[in-house]
Design a protein around this ligand. Structure first.
Ligand SMILES: O=C(O)CCC(=O)C(=O)O
Ligand SMILES: [Fe+2]
Length: 201
């Protein structure tokens, strides 16, 4: 894709996708479950989100959610998933400690504006797994949220990793392609699992 940015289509098979969807449903439960993200300007994000390990709010990390509940722990199996993803993308897994996950849920109308993932104090690659409906994913440059960028489709089971010179590239999800999820998955909409090393210790 770009230096440090790798797309691995069909990384997760149907069983792997089903297991991960089931886990996301558990993680989405209250307390500290799936929420509407409020931005400092008073707006809301259209993608709903639950955090594991560290709670992210625009634009900082904390150990408690917006209503004061402790954030859910980072499950060790997601550390394994991150290591497997890095091995698949780069052929090796750097020794970074992955300790936070975001689960983003997009309905047919949801999107995510161009942004950088820059609240981490680690330069470890960001690992992103897509489930359910296909999305248009916009991967840009490190300088501005506008062109040059590349639009690609991320489908259920695809892996996208961005690190190295691409770690701070602007990226976003302009739209979801409704009704494109695999038939057997039992998911309407799109789930994105983003794994990061916070570097916060
Ligand atoms: O949904 C996606 O593929 C991207 C999510 C994302 O960029 C984020 O949560 O920071
Ligand atoms: Fe992001």
């Amino acid at each position: 894709m770009a230096p440090g940015a790798v797309l691995v289509p069909d990384w997760l098979d149907a069983d792997g996708q089903r297991d991960l969807v089931a886990a996301c449903r558990e993680w989405a439960r209250n307390p500290a479950g799936m929420r509407t993200v409020r931005t400092p300007g008073g707006g809301t994000m259209t993608a709903k989100q639950v955090c594991l390990g560290w709670h992210w709010r625009p634009y900082a990390y904390s150990k408690t959610t917006d209503d004061g509940a402790p954030v859910k722990p980072f499950p060790p199996e997601l550390g394994d998933l991150a290591r497997g993803a890095l091995a698949a993308a780069y052929g090796e897994a750097p020794p970074a400690v992955y300790d936070m996950a975001l689960v983003n849920f997009y309905d047919a109308d949801a999107h995510m504006g161009m942004h950088q993932d820059r609240e981490e104090r680690s330069d470890a690659p960001v690992v992103s797994v897509s489930l359910g409906d296909t999305c248009v994913f916009r991967f840009g440059n490190t300088e501005t949220r506008s062109r040059p960028y590349t639009d690609l489709e991320l489908r259920s089971g695809d892996l996208f990793v961005f690190g190295g010179p691409s770690r701070l590239a602007f990226h976003g999800v302009p739209r979801i392609l409704p009704g494109t999820a695999p038939a057997g998955l039992g998911l309407t909409g799109r789930l994105n699992l983003t794994l990061r090393a916070s570097g916060l210790g």
